[in-house]
Design a protein around this ligand. Sequence first.
Ligand code: SAM
Length: 251
Amino acid sequence: MTAHDVPGEVYEWLISDEKLGPAEFAATFDDDLSLLPPNADVLDCSCGTGQLAVGLAARGMRVAATDASAAMARRTTELAGEFAVSVRTLQAAWEALPEHFDDGTFDMVFCVGNSLHHAVGAEGRADALESMARVLRPGGHLVLTSRTWEVVRARGSRLDIWDRLVRRNGRDAVVVYRWEIAPAWEDEHRIEIAIAQVDTPGSVVARSELLSCWPYRYDDLAADLQRAGLRIEGSTFDGKSDNYKVVAIKA
Ligand SMILES: C[S@@+](CC[C@H](N)C(=O)[O-])C[C@H]1O[C@@H](n2cnc3c(N)ncnc32)[C@H](O)[C@@H]1O
């Protein structure tokens, strides 16, 4: 199963509590949003269940939200309806963005929340970043967050059982990640995510999804961004933390 097929219900257990609300998710990007003009055109190009897109729309921006998964695009449309905001939602993989949007359409493109590693290999990643760059206007910014794969690979294949219950819609669950780290960086890696939900007292309902991903070093990402015509303006990469953010400007 690829990331496109994963039902939104699994992701909802994985989003951190502080990002569950659209306003809170958008607020985590306050520094980046301060670069934008009023009524900016923004794109969340791997929108997942829609929290960021809806949070941006609630701030008055013109928001488009795309995802390779039809189920995710649908969840985003539903969330926009719940919050009574307008979000133009489409099913579109990164490579297909230029088919849906003119070059230079957006002031800011977001690709956040451990999404880019789903691009298939170095070629898929380069194509994805090139598409994101094309739909940005000159002077526009790409905001990208990523797992630090240097750290993930150093830990090797393993089982991670989260150390506290996650609560969603009045239900508790234990979340387990099984990491399959391939010998070479270039190889397909896998993450199996299991949600063991405490259903009625004494019973547990478990679901698991197997995701494929293609990791990359920070230096590879930096080179890919440069090739796509994007210059890194800010980066939180330190080689030690689990995640980082890169902000890159289109020349
Ligand atoms: C881990 S989720 C992150 C969702 C959201 N950005 C967040 O932070 O909650 C990764 C998302 O990337 C999407 N995705 C995977 N491959 C993609 C592709 N080729 N093009 C666009 N989206 C893709 C998946 O469907 C999924 O919604």
